[in-house]
Design a protein around this ligand. Structure first.
Ligand SMILES: Cc1cc2nc3c(=O)[nH]c(=O)nc-3n(C[C@H](O)[C@H](O)[C@H](O)COP(=O)(O)O)c2cc1C
Length: 486
């Protein structure tokens, strides 16, 4: 999988129950860079009958199931695998290594929970209990680095809380940095502090400076409200990243650079995602009811709380829709639109589209499906390489061949093509759809050939515009108005 790059990352924090697959995939779709799974205790994986790794073709996932009931303990989707950190609860180097080895090849990182203050954890010497026994904590991390991290090429990290004093905290962090781990998350509260008390960042800068000396990435956690604040904190303290827990529990679209979705839109996205990955019904209901708090009528929330099946949940949403229609409240689920690019080389076009700013802007315009025309003989691998990046912004990418060009033009809401490609422009113009034409000089800007054109005296444009500017200036001229600042 390759070692993780923790730099400049806004991440979903580990959360038991909340951090299951639908939340993680949505977090990534909305813009989270890395996602932590919920803590799973070593004995759940290796105690009694060993957990089994099953390829689940139905939902295209890897399931870790526990015999004899075959309950799914953990489900990994290929879309998240290279950005997923598995969090382990352990009090023993041997058990930690045995458990971590079972999942190491399906995730990008393994994180040791050294901060859980709950009785069951601390009592068993796990979580925040490890902060009281630093020698044991160090030996677990050393074992994980040596026996799992290095041979499996997976990043080992830990998540701690602050100790009672700055000196004690820095002394512990210095020892942690010497174990070979690649990253530390600091939950900026001490063990006795509740989440309702404000996070302490008074000496976060000292922690960052110390970790930098050892080349260990440092991520901060505690009271981060979303994308905007995350970026500010990274900048202010020189952090590698931040982890967001409760803000994401309430509304996982807090990772969106454009600002969060309404809880109503989010609840629908969540239900769709949960159905798609066949999430455990009880877990879906739990997460949905968290999202629905305060955002739906009481009777709708009650119907969701009493749901016994996915059909009941869908009925609760249908009920909400009916109320909204009847009361005249405008409740328009986000309209999903498709855009088609049909000109020239698909690999160059994909290169121009595959950047954060362009994908964010497409998503902001609600273009959740992008069709790209692939001329005969061009590689399909480019599409495979790019589709994950598109997907992480909630945009689906599909290639279109000459055979299905007419059909896809018919399905697209907006078509972008070149007048020069006559067969395509003919097909598009006879489709009665909205069409935007790119001229040959605009295409040259896409292909970065403007300089060559200038040299040859062919290009007379006076301003240097990027492909991004040209594309979105054209789209803005249509009836689609939304824009994000980048
Ligand atoms: C519902 C919930 C479940 C949590 N589960 C875990 C967990 O499994 N592992 C862990 O290290 N921390 C867990 N935490 C703690 C969070 O990761 C985080 O450290 C804490 O909530 C502070 O971050 P916040 O202020 O952004 O909420 C959990 C927190 C919540 C609210």
């Amino acid at each position: 999988m390759g070692l993780l790059n923790y730099s400049n990352k806004i991440c979903l924090a580990p959360m038991v129950r909340i951090g299951e697959l639908p939340t993680r995939l949505l977090a990534l779709r909305y813009g989270a860079n890395l996602v932590w799974g919920p803590e799973i205790v070593d004995k759940a994986l290796v105690g009694g009958s060993l957990v089994q790794r099953i390829v689940n073709d139905r939902v295209n996932c890897i399931d870790f199931v526990k015999p004899p009931t075959n309950k799914v303990l953990f489900r990994v989707h290929p879309l998240e695998a290279n950005r997923l950190v598995f969090q382990l609860g352990s009090a023993s180097p041997d058990l930690a290594v045995q458990a971590a080895k079972l999942v190491a090849d399906d995730v990008a990182g393994i994180d040791l929970n050294c901060g859980c203050p709950k009785h069951f954890s601390v009592h068993a010497g796990m979580g925040a209990g490890l902060l009281k026994e630093p020698d044991r904590l160090i030996s677990i991390l050393q074992a994980l680095v040596k026996e799992v991290g290095i041979p499996h090429n997976v990043s080992i990290s830990c998540k701690i809380r602050l100790l009672e004093t700055k000196e004690k905290t820095l002394a512990l962090i210095e020892r942690l940095c010497s174990t070979g781990i690649r990253a530390i998350t600091i939950h900026c509260r001490t063990t006795p502090m509740r989440n309702t008390e404000p996070a302490h960042r008074e000496y976060l800068q000292d922690i960052v400076d110390l970790c930098k000396k050892y080349n260990v990435a440092v991520l901060a956690n505690g009271d981060v409200s979303g994308y905007e604040e995350g970026k500010k904190l990274i900048e202010k303290y020189g952090l590698d990243g931040v982890l967001i827990a409760r803000a994401a529990e309430k509304n996982v679209s807090c990772f969106r650079a454009e600002g969060p979705l309404s809880n109503r839109d989010l609840a629908l996205d969540y239900l769709k995602m949960a159905l798609e990955v066949e999430n455990n019904f009880g877990n879906t209901k739990y997460c949905l009811t968290q999202i629905m708090q305060g955002a739906f009528r009481k009777d709708v929330r009650q119907a969701a709380q009493c749901a016994k099946s996915y059909d009941d949940l869908k009925n609760a949403f249908a009920m909400d829709q009916k109320h909204s229609d009847a009361s005249g409240v405008i409740y328009a689920p986000k309209r999903e639109k498709s855009i088609m690019f049909a000109f020239g080389s698909s690999s160059k076009l994909l290169k121009a589209l595959s950047n954060e700013a362009t994908l964010k802007q497409l998503a902001a315009f609600s273009f959740t499906k992008v069709f790209v025309y692939k001329p005969e003989g061009e590689k399909s691998e480019d599409f495979t390489d790019c589709s994950e990046k598109f997907k992480s912004h909630g945009v689906n990418l599909a290639s279109v061949s000459s055979d299905d060009l007419a059909l896809k033009i018919d399905q697209a809401d907006l078509i972008i093509c070149s007048k020069e490609e006559q067969s395509i422009s003919f097909e598009a113009s006879s489709s009665h759809k909205q069409i935007l034409y790119f001229t040959s000089s605009e295409l040259a800007s896409l292909y970065n050939e403007r300089e060559e054109l200038n040299k040859a005296g062919n290009y007379l444009g006076s301003q240097t515009e990027s492909f991004y500017d040209i594309l979105f200036n054209k789209i803005k001229g249509t009836n689609t108005k939304k824009e994000v600042t980048i």
